[in-house]
Design a protein around this ligand. Structure first.
Ligand code: AMP
Ligand code: GLY
Length: 426
């Protein structure tokens, strides 16, 4: 079978890597890929947002399954276009992707279907939002409605900051049209966890829980990033808690969508806060988390291609249960100095060939190939994964490999996975 994976990050490298173990897959293409994905797939020079060219490629090469990595092509309607052309594709359609692309849609959907989430109000004018902020408790959370590259949610510590954030989003349009509407919601306390699941429209199979580290620097300091590292599984999410999450959040979400005529197929990722009064949804995403999936895929024993095909063909109920290695995996992100702000690119990466540990893998993100050299080309450059009997050993393995890899300005957090179980600091 031939598979096309769309995207160019560490997440897509992990998907390609895992598909490479499938008994059914004999050729993998990745569009556009990056400097490392070429080791496991044929990279095709088509950008992830060029939907027509991607569909033409899939049709011409008779691709059996296309897998969409990032949210942008989903929100643009890539799945609708592929389906129109009778091409098999793994991912939710444009209407379903609103769960991620519109916070207002997601929050109102949760309210309609009694899915636990923070109390909230929606505003379409700054004057009303600012008026409301006089009466709320602080900290409070302000979210731009649309996609804002992970920067659209701000925790305001007082009214003054709330007013500034609202003006930035709604008047100065810092995130463009994404700030035309905003959500103001209560601040939740607890531990954050990422629950990713695969759905076929009616059945949903959760993957193991994982946790990422969003802030740039050790001790959860510094600006928010796309994620500086992740680990899996998460000790404080036991089988009972997973059952509760499935019963109160995942299944009701799929059922609620189905009752509104949305056949949700692909990944549903629920970012949750485990509060004193139970798990609550912070956000939904319609794709795998990056770097969470780099720590989850290595533990999955099932064939990823078969799992994705079962989701696309509405056959998850007969897929059986997912099997997992009874081990732990951790992924440490190596980033360019300055990320998530300005950073330079083009630095030569050395030491990649020294990673010879079978329980480690280096997922490439912002890298490109220049002849025989691999150079940096993005903010998050590499995700170094280690796997072992327990989290501590997995982390040791990952960090041992990190110390062998060098590029100018390389930065990484030294405390990935080091505080599982501790309350999240505010
Ligand atoms: P979001 O884009 O909605 O996932 O928000 C980004 C991050 O902001 C989350 O991962 C949380 O760390 C934080 N956050 C969002 N909503 C809340 C909330 N209601 N209470 C506390 N923290 C939140
Ligand atoms: N690591 C968070 C995300 O992928 O949204």
């Amino acid at each position: 079978m031939k598979v096309l994976v769309i995207g160019s990050g560490g997440r897509e490298h992990a998907i390609v890597w895992k598909l490479g173990f499938s008994r059914k897959v004999d050729r993998i293409y990745c569009a556009p890929g990056n400097g490392g994905i070429g080791g496991q797939a044929r990279c095709v020079d088509i950008k992830a947002d060029n939907i027509k060219a991607l569909a033409d490629f899939a049709a011409k090469r008779k691709i059996h399954l296309t897998v969409v990595g990032p949210e942008a092509p989903l929100a643009m309607g890539i799945v609708d276009e592929f389906q129109r052309r009778k091409l098999k594709i793994f991912g939710p359609d444009k209407a379903a992707t609103q769960l991620e692309s519109s916070k207002v849609f997601a929050k109102e959907f949760m309210r309609r279907h009694h899915i636990p989430t923070a109390p909230f109000k929606v505003f379409t004018t700054s004057a009303e939002a600012i008026g409301f902020c006089k009466s709320v408790q602080y900290p409070t959370v302000i979210k731009a409605d649309g996609l804002a590259a992970g920067k659209g949610a701000v925790i305001a510590k007082d009214e003054k900051q709330a007013v500034r954030v609202i003006e930035d989003m709604m008047e100065r349009r810092l995130f463009g049209e994404a700030g035309a509407s905003i959500v103001v919601e209560s601040f939740l306390r607890g531990q954050e966890v990422s629950i990713m699941a695969v759905a076929d429209g009616t059945t949903i199979l959760p993957l193991l829980p994982s946790q990422d580290h969003k802030q740039a620097y050790d001790g959860d300091r510094g600006p928010n990033t796309g994620g500086m590292g992740a680990y899996c599984p998460v000790g404080f999410v036991d089988a009972d808690m997973m059952e509760r999450i499935n019963e109160h959040i995942l299944q009701p979400t799929i059922n609620g969508l189905a009752s509104e005529g949305v056949n949700y197929r692909g990944v549903l990722y629920a970012g949750l806060m485990l509060t004193d009064t139970g798990p609550k949804v912070l956000e939904f995403n319609c794709r795998f988390g990056d770097p969470e999936i780099q720590a989850v895929m290595p533990l999955l024993q099932n064939d990823l291609f078969e799992l994705m095909m079962a989701a696309v063909n509405h056959k998850l109920s007969s897929f059986g249960k997912l099997n997992w290695r009874r081990e732990a995996a951790a992924c440490v992100v190596m980033a360019s100095k300055g990320y998530p702000g300005k950073y330079s690119t083009g630095a030569k990466i050395t030491g990649l060939e020294d990673v010879r540990d079978n329980n480690c893998f280096v997922f490439h993100a912002g890298t490109s190939r220049q002849g025989a050299r691999i150079v940096t080309s993005g903010g998050r450059v590499l995700g170094v994964m280690g796997m072992d009997k327990n989290l501590k050993l997995a982390l040791n393995r990952a960090y041992r490999q990190v110390s062998r890899i060098r590029f100018e300005g390389a930065m990484y957090r030294r405390d990935i996975g080091s505080r599982p179980g501790q309350p999240v600091k505010i």
